[in-house]
Design a protein around this ligand. Structure first.
Ligand code: CA2
Length: 143
């Protein structure tokens, strides 16, 4: 399977600040672990702090990949444009969050993008991404 891990704003700072919420590992390190866990998969990784770049990436991979594991970060709670991009492509997209957003501030409880995604995984730390890939694998098998 060919899967894109797509990270939104500020996730480039993982491992440097707010370690009690997001852990102490940076994503580049974790991405190397993911590739070892899924040696037969083609895993790609893209992070952007810019909404339009996230949308462009979803469009760009729509014909070439099998799915996206998306942590839209704060755009989860604000972006109609990313929701529309998810709905516009015929590609399964799993919404993931490192933290359990439902245990946090009320503004994080609502996701604009969830209804356009296949499902949501939240609160398992960086393991949320592995679980997202597993979910895409199961979907692919049941096709
Ligand atoms: O729990 C998640 O994965 C979030 O998507 C992370 C977002 C937050 O806005 C969502 O509500 C939940 C924030 C990512 C910020 O990441 C940082 C990492 C290190 C230091 C500072 C921010």
């Amino acid at each position: 399977m060919r899967i894109l891990i797509l990270n939104g704003p500020n996730l480039n700072l993982l491992g440097t600040r707010e370690k009690t919420i997001y852990g102490s590992e940076n994503f580049d390190q974790y991405f190397e672990e993911l590739k070892l866990i899924f040696p037969d998969f083609t895993l790609e990784y893209f992070q952007s702090n810019i909404e339009g770049e996230i949308i462009n990436k979803i469009h760009e991979v729509r014909m070439s990949l099998d799915g996206i594991v998306l942590n839209a970060a704060a755009y989860t709670h604000t972006s109609v444009a990313i929701r529309d991009a998810i709905s516009a492509v015929d590609l399964p997209i799993i919404e993931v969050h490192i933290s359990n957003v439902h245990k946090r501030e009320a503004f994080r409880h609502a996701s604009i993008i969830s209804a356009s995604c296949v499902g949501v995984i939240a609160g398992f730390g960086l393991d949320s991404y592995r679980l997202g890939i597993e979910a895409l694998t199961k979907l692919n098998k049941s096709k």
